[in-house]
Design a protein around this ligand. Structure first.
Ligand SMILES: [Zn+2]
Ligand SMILES: [Zn+2]
Length: 331
């Protein structure tokens, strides 16, 4: 628990088996009531950590009236349902995230089948019993199929008497990702959209936005225009120079594009083959694709595909199909 400014506290909530370590959730004080921004993972440890940190400043879960979730990933949305049961708070989420939750959790088998088939056609080996299925189910266990009470579209202002939070729809990292902007205090709650050190994963999925990287870059340029003196991200630490950080992220993606173009210079390759040529997690010193956990390999191929499709849409490369596999080559 750390007081950022009077009325805003940051609560790091542990995420198991994740190099990020914590989700920062934020407690925003209003007239006698409190808002939470994000909820953390659905584990006993996370719930205990949250309750303990609230108790340090004499707050009970029952004092929380609303939980605004930036996007439906398990490390942000996972605990929302249990917090609602314990506090009576209403959950607010962008409507696109709600739709994704519905398809992810109610059509789990179909979603997984489509996704495996799609990765397979992009070169990912599928040797009978898929280890990815296990990874996917393991990950899913952290989030309950909870639906929000309030759906957001972007453009709303959520006021609690002290703070006025403008809802900004910032798709890219997730199609219905939102940031919250406090224009008087010049504070941006950035969720996973802008983090100070790591670059958020931008993945093409088998059934969503067909150019998430292009969408993400537009959302980055959108927040860059805001007058912001403090950014409060959902991981890592608060930071101040938003335009500089946006430029670094733009450069990171341009560098990744160069690595990809280099990988297909001599012959067409699948997204899976190209992923093997890329240095992953450069912020953490760089990891070879072969050394990534299976779940992360899958995420890496989806991320490569986001770059490939963005460059295909820009006319920088094209895709060809051979023997039911998709290959990319320079245009
Ligand atoms: Zn996320
Ligand atoms: Zn996250």
């Amino acid at each position: 628990m750390k007081e950022i400014i009077p009325g805003i506290n940051q609560l790091p909530i542990p995420i198991p088996h994740n190099p990020l370590g914590y989700t920062n959730i934020y407690l925003v004080q209003g007239d006698g009531k409190y808002l939470l921004i994000d909820a953390g993972v659905n584990t006993e440890e996370a719930l205990e950590s949250l309750q303990k940190q609230l108790a340090e400043i004499g707050i009970d879960l029952k004092n929380i009236s609303q939980i605004i979730v930036t996007h439906a990933h398990h490390d942000h949305y996972g605990l929302a349902g249990r917090l609602r049961q314990l506090s009576g708070a209403k959950i607010a989420l962008h409507y696109i995230e709600k739709d994704l939750l519905t398809s992810r959790y109610t059509n789990m088998d179909e979603t997984m089948r489509q996704s495996e088939q799609w990765l397979h056609s992009n070169g990912m080996p599928s040797n009978g019993q898929s280890p990815y299925r296990t990874a996917f189910t393991g990950r899913q266990r952290f989030a309950e199929p909870t639906l929000p009470d309030i759906t957001l579209r972007g453009g709303e202002t959520i006021s609690n008497g002290t703070f006025n939070l403008q809802v900004l729809w910032t798709p890219g990292h997730s199609p219905g990702h939102i940031c919250l902007y406090e224009p008087d205090k010049k504070i941006l709650f950035s969720g996973d959209h802008v983090l100070p050190v790591i670059t958020p994963n931008i993945s093409l999925q088998s059934q969503s936005d067909d150019n998430p990287l292009g969408t993400f870059l537009n959302s980055l340029n959108m927040v860059k225009q805001l007058e912001v003196s403090l950014v409060l991200p959902a991981h890592e630490h608060p930071f101040t120079d938003l335009p500089k950080r946006v430029d670094e992220i733009l450069q990171h993606h341009e560098k990744r594009n160069s690595e990809i173009l280099e990988a297909i210079k001599t012959e067409p390759r699948t997204a899976y083959q190209i992923s093997g040529e890329i240095t992953w997690m450069p912020e953490l010193g760089g990891v070879r694709f072969q050394n990534l956990a299976l779940w992360d390999q899958r995420a890496a191929v989806s991320e490569t595909l986001a770059h490939l499709e963005a460059m295909r849409i820009n006319g920088r490369l094209k895709k060809i199909q051979q023997n039911s596999l998709i290959y990319y080559q320079p245009a």
